[in-house]
Design a protein around this ligand. Sequence first.
Ligand code: NAP
Length: 243
Amino acid sequence: MTGASAGIGRALAGELAAAGYTVTGVARDEERLRAAVGALGDGHTALTADLATAHGRARVVQAVRDTRFDVLVNNAGVAVTGPFADVDLDTAVGMMELNCVAPVTLAHAYLAAARPGDALINISSVLAFAPAAGLSVYSASKAFLTSFSESLWLEHRARGVYVMNLCPGITATASQAYDGDDVPASMVQTPEQVAATAIAVLHRRRRPTVVSGRRNTVFAAAMRLLPRRMVLRMLGAAQGPPS
Ligand SMILES: NC(=O)c1ccc[n+]([C@@H]2O[C@H](COP(=O)([O-])OP(=O)(O)OC[C@H]3O[C@@H](n4cnc5c(N)ncnc54)[C@H](OP(=O)(O)O)[C@@H]3O)[C@@H](O)[C@H]2O)c1
């Protein structure tokens, strides 16, 4: 489970541990990770690695090869906001390393040895369906992850390995603090709600893409069904006139 020390990853690690899985949590901040993994109970493991770097990914790939995991969760991700040309290029590329290169690298190691009944969960976003100004690289990274995950779902279905593309909407985590001024409270889910959706779908294993929450499901369906130009116009209007 990558990004197990906070937010959605921490909540999902808790759900998995409660369901009887032994969790290996991955994150950079060792102290915070150890605290989160320790709170799961005995027998769970912390593995520190920076997944935005080749060295960090290699550490986790080694663990995936050395240990038998029933489920791999690619959850760690970051959203950098701002007009694209104003975002530092290294920061934008680092976001792609974490949001795209890390899930591809870990999925490759995991699926090579996966057995029937195993599962890969990739945490994408409803922004996979909505090209967002001010979040251009992030929404593109999630569109990549969603397309990648759906292809994998199809490829691995016949061998009994389930691939889930989980798309949360706005979720109240420490890194994404939403106050009621920006977004109506009814639009915001808790990490626990997203984790509960993931676990329920993991048991059923029917669909490749799962959107968390009813309002987010309607939003994602509209983004997929409407003509692209209309979507772009709507999202532009929601953002307001350029400043
Ligand atoms: N929150 C939302 O509104 C929302 C909506 C849709 C989708 N999502 C997606 O859900 C996932 C989790 O989001 P979140 O809001 O729960 O995140 P979060 O609260 O910021 O937690 C991120 C987790 O990932 C770890 N992490 C960050 N950078 C890392 C790196 N370079 N290498 C290894 N671990 C790293 C963090 O620990 P360290 O900092 O110690 O490394 C932490 O455990 C992301 O993929 C995000 O894009 C979130």
